[in-house]
Ligand binder design. Structure first.
Ligand code: ADP
Ligand code: ADP
Length: 232
């Protein structure tokens, strides 16, 4: 579902050049949950942002659901990005919009009619367990509830892939576990492919099928999570 081949990313030039990724190869099969773990500055964020071209790799190829993204113009890219949802450490909700309206936003932008939006948003809020908060504003929600809204919003366009950028790093351990359980549920129910980055081993251990370790821009090891913890 996701295939990164020979991805490199250089920030800056000359003396200032930083090689954030160094010919990274990574493949994630449909329906899998892949975790990329590494320390701060290792290149995790750059890596995950290359998958949806929020960051353009300096070199290499990014294929998502059979489509090469690196050469695309903005129009084609916008279309392909509907297949790729993303959630963030700090949720990135719009504070002036209700829970309902945050989740509705990508559907409004896609031109869906009001009745269809209502039905789809209700369905999504039910999926993430937040139907009772539809009319609340983000400021009134707990961190875990905010991330549930962000997950519902990311799923609204029916993506095939969900990218999770340190999605539980701002949450306490108990809330982290409830969000991870939700992600696993969604993975099973919808067959969604998930790529997550984290600096926490516990996150990998609790939901990932496979794990890759990134250090100083290089993937130094990857394998099944069960194998990894048997040999760690
Ligand atoms: P991580 O997510 O693992 O903390 P990042 O991908 O954010 O790592 O960063 C990898 C390296 O690239 C770091 O050395 C960081 O300072 C550098 N870097 C990240 N973004 C930029 C940028 N926009 N400009 C210059 N250097 C950057
Ligand atoms: P605005 O975008 O002007 O800030 P709102 O945040 O109130 O407006 O809502 C955005 C859209 O979502 C509007 O079309 C509104 O009718 C719809 N909406 C908001 N909450 C609900 C709800 N609970 N049920 C159905 N539609 C809703």
């Amino acid at each position: 579902m996701i295939k990164l081949s020979g991805i490199s990313k250089k920030y800056g030039d000359g003396d200032q050049a930083v090689y954030a990724l160094k010919t990274v190869d990574l493949e994630i099969e449909a329906g899998q949950i892949m975790g990329v773990i590494g320390e701060s500055g290792a290149g995790k964020s750059t890596l995950i942002r290359c998958v949806n071209m929020l960051e353009r790799p300096t070199q290499g190829s990014v294929v998502v659901d059979g489509q090469e993204l690196t050469g695309m113009d903005n129009r084609a890219l916008a279309r392909s990005r509907r297949k790729i949802g993303m959630i963030f450490q700090h949720f990135n909700l719009l504070s002036s919009r209700t829970v309902f309206a945050n989740v509705a936003l990508p559907l409004e932008l896609a031109g869906m009619d009001k009745a269809a939006i209502k039905q789809r948003v209700d369905e999504l809020l039910e999926l993430v367990g937040l139907s009772h908060r539809a009319n609340a504003y983000p400021n009134a929600l707990s961190g875990g509830q905010k991330q549930r809204v962000a997950i519902a919003r990311a799923l609204a366009p029916k993506p095939k892939v969900l990218l999770c950028d340190e999605a539980t790093s701002a949450l306490d351990p108990q809330t982290t576990q409830s969000i991870l359980t939700l992600l696993k549920d969604i993975n099973r129910k919808l067959g969604l492919t998930i790529l997550l980055i984290t600096h926490e081993m516990q996150v990998v251990k609790s939901i990932c099928d496979r794990v890759a370790i990134i250090n100083d821009g290089e993937l130094i090891e990857q394998g099944e999570v069960s194998w990894f913890f048997a040999n760690a």
